[in-house]
Write a protein that binds this ligand. Structure first.
Ligand code: HEM
Length: 237
């Protein structure tokens, strides 16, 4: 295991693990959004999808362990790397070096800073999200006897969740719009010919994530009929 700790301690190793886990999490976002889009087809289509997902317990368990390990590694490495970068910086903490040695720019304008802020907003959202949908914490009475589509309708009809879910979705969109291209570069998938296209794909992916995920809380409140939550009764929890 020495090679593994050595690899994770080296900056190249850490960048590689961050890129690899980031790409895996992007793949999860695609699958998760595709599943949620079933709500546009109708409550029944979404319930069938949720039922199929939960009927294969072994698959679900393996997927969840992989998912949470990827999140944990990605977040832990983001914090340790950022902390070390701060410590290693000889210049004022308010300035970071640009790729040109003779210039500095405000820290708040750097992509590192944007990635850290959007990542932290995303993490804040995830804690609420897991607490809402996996643990159903505080929702027990309202979700009692509801089917999966109705549960989404009940939770997203709450105004505080509209704010948290929209903010989280937009933060994830901004995060991946830079992260996807950056991860491709780290794993060596860059070439003068393809890099411009990868950058565009990354931005488009970011917009799809932000608009796609935030459409659910927004529409659940403004046009609940469009999402067809199987006649769910909304609440003011
Ligand atoms: C805003 C729209 C979203 C809706 C309606 C939604 C809906 C759901 C639902 C219903 C579940 C529970 C699945 C189950 O039955 O086990 C879930 C789980 C989860 N969602 Fe979302 N989600 C949204 C956005 C996001 C975003 C942006 C992320 C970003 C990473 C995300 C990450 C997760 C994770 C990690 C789980 C736990 C998966 C598991 O352990 O099985 N979700 N979501």
């Amino acid at each position: 295991m020495n090679w593994l700790t050595g690899f994770l301690k080296s900056s190249v190793g850490r960048k590689f693990v961050m890129a690899f886990t980031g790409l895996f999490l992007c793949f999860f976002l695609v699958v998760h959004l595709a599943g949620n889009l079933m709500l546009y087809i109708g409550g029944e289509a979404y319930n069938n999808y949720a039922h199929k997902l939960h009927s294969n317990e072994e698959f679900l368990l393996i997927a969840e362990v992989l998912l949470f390990s990827a999140f944990a590694l990605h977040i832990a490495l983001a914090f340790t790397t950022t902390l070390e970068n701060f410590r290693a910086r000889k210049k004022s903490y308010k300035l970071v070096e640009t790729k040109r040695d003779d210039r500095t720019m405000p820290l708040s304008a750097s992509t590192d800073y944007t990635m850290m802020i959007t990542g932290m907003i995303g993490l804040f959202f995830l804690v609420w999200h897991i607490s809402d949908f996996k643990l159903e914490f505080g929702w027990e009475a309202l979700l009692e006897g509801q089917n999966p589509a109705q549960k989404v309708g009940v939770i997203l009809a709450n105004w505080s969740r509209v704010l948290i879910y929209t903010l989280g979705s937009v933060a994830f969109g901004i995060h991946v719009s830079h992260g996807l291209a950056s991860a491709c570069q780290t794993i060596g998938f860059n070439h003068p010919k393809y890099t411009p296209a990868i950058n565009v794909i990354s931005k488009v992916f970011g917009v799809i994530v932000a608009v796609g995920f935030s459409s659910f809380p927004i529409l659940a409140n403004m046009y609940p009929d469009l999402l067809n939550f199987s006649g769910v009764v909304t609440n003011s929890h």
